[in-house]
Design a protein around this ligand. Structure first.
Ligand code: PLP
Length: 450
């Protein structure tokens, strides 16, 4: 009985995989917010180095991973694939459950898979300072770690509600040498304007992005790094799915259903896209399920439309599933799943019918995460609990239907800095929030007309 499927360091992928090469229809263009014409690389140069812009627009199937990036990946990659024997037993399901565990990275999640190459390519372009946003704190921690390795200054705007809930996340960022600021802040024009309207604003990823972009746009020596959503971020995360495919082959199994959680879409894409690509090329074609929170239901209740990526409307317009760039989700604890939009590539794949999406309220997700912890030992991040819930529900369906399917999910991070959320759950203090159609329509009424 094997529990862990481990690959040697030499099996760290040599390329990132680009789903765009296999899509039956190309991604809709990204538009300049002023002219509504397709953006040019020059439009993006104030924010990103040329190498990352090239990765953003390429349709090549494989993008080589530089050796210095693979060398850093060796610290925790290849990440283990586990067979969840104990959870299967607890559920009494005939299904087999496997999970890829990304919590073994120094930051505790999948986020360093992109933080390391983003810092690397910026450093190669002579950039010494990066600004960014963070919701859960996982991305800020990851970029802070990357900044320490690449000798760069990192400034992180952390969404206020998460800054207050997770003081130890900030301490880790500071240990790596980064500066962490609660957003909205007084350090940017946009932050000051938000605080003038509402001094107690709990923040949102859209606002934190606006603040980080504003600083980068003002200084040629500073660039901006985003932890999800963009094509190049999704690309970097595909090391997850590529390793998993090899590990499933080691296990002598192949998945019938694949489950991942979606905030901006990067861990889901990194995990699922290599499988979706295989199926588009005529190979095996498992069902793929994205799980999101009912309190930020981008894929299941958002509109597929052109929208801004940030609240100040500074970013280019992308076609994506959106709740409106002014949407402020409630301060629930899965801080990493609170983005108003979805990665354009994930949205496009959804429109093409390449995967399904479901939404769950947070209490059902904590319940699943606790059952998982009590059987598998790992305490998942609240974001990851959404994938755990999705996988458990598939296993329960298999039990009810008497089917021995193979279920595979991505456990994208551990929850060691999220214990206040678990404590609130145990104290009965968490509530589930569903938006009415009217509330969602109001947030969407500000969509730009394109
Ligand atoms: C552990 C974890 N999972 C998931 C997410 C959601 O991001 P994405 O959808 O880009 O993977 C976050 C974001 O902060 C996170 O910290």
């Amino acid at each position: 009985m094997t529990t862990k499927f481990l690959l040697d360091e030499s099996r760290i992928p040599t390329h990132w995989y680009n789903l765009q090469a296999d899509l039956p229809e190309p991604l809709p263009p990204v538009l300049n917010p002023a002219t509504h014409e397709p953006v040019t690389p020059a439009d993006l140069e104030p924010l990103f180095p040329a190498s990352l812009i090239e990765q953003e627009v390429t349709t090549e199937r494989e993008v080589p991973i530089p050796e210095p990036v693979r060398d850093v990946y060796r610290q925790w990659r290849p990440a283990p694939l586990y067979r969840a024997h104990a959870l299967e037993k607890a559920l009494g399901t005939p299904a087999k459950i496997y999970y890829k565990y990304e919590g073994v990275s120094p930051a505790g999640s999948h986020k360093p898979n992109s933080a390391i190459p983003q810092a690397f390519f910026n450093r190669e372009a002579g950039i010494r300072r990066l600004t960014t946003e963070t919701g859960a704190g996982q991305w800020g921690t990851s970029l802070a770690y990357a900044g320490a390795l690449m000798d760069m200054d990192v400034q992180v705007f952390q969404v206020r509600v998460s800054y207050d809930q997770k003081p130890y996340r900030r301490a880790v960022m500071e240990t790596y040498g980064a500066r962490c600021i609660a957003s909205p802040s007084n350090e940017t024009e946009f932050g000051r304007s938000v605080l003038a309207d509402n001094p107690d604003h709990t923040g949102s990823l859209g606002i934190a992005i606006s603040e980080a972009v504003e600083l980068a746009a003002q200084d040629p020596g500073t660039k901006y790094a985003l932890g999800s959503v963009l094509n190049h971020v999704l690309l970097h995360q595909t090391v997850i799915g590529q390793e998993t495919m090899e590990q499933m082959a080691m296990a002598g199994d192949s998945p019938d259903v694949i489950v991942g959680c979606t905030g901006g879409g990067s861990n889901f894409a990194g995990f699922a896209f290599p499988f979706i690509g295989q199926s588009l090329r005529g190979g095996e074609s498992p069902r793929v399920v994205a799980v999101e929170p009912s309190s930020c239901p981008t894929l299941t209740r958002g509109q597929y439309a052109y929208d801004y990526g940030d609240t100040a409307k500074m970013t280019p317009l992308t076609r994506m599933h959106t709740l409106g760039s002014g949407f402020t989700p409630p301060g629930f604890h899965a801080g990493g799943l609170r983005y108003h939009g979805m990665a354009p590539l994930v949205s496009h794949a959804k429109q093409l019918g390449l995967f399904e999406a479901v939404a769950y309220p947070q209490k059902a997700c904590f319940e699943a995460g606790i059952l998982f912890a009590r059987n598998e030992g790992i305490v998942p991040a609240p974001e990851a609990n959404h994938a755990v819930r999705g996988a458990i529900d598939e296993a329960i369906r298999c039990r009810e239907e008497g089917r021995a399917e193979t279920i595979l999910f991505n456990l994208c991070g551990h929850g060691h800095f999220d214990m206040a959320a678990y404590t609130s759950y145990f104290a009965g203090e968490l509530s589930d929030h569903e938006y009415s159609d009217g509330e969602l329509a109001m947030a969407l009424s500000g969509l730009p007309s394109v």
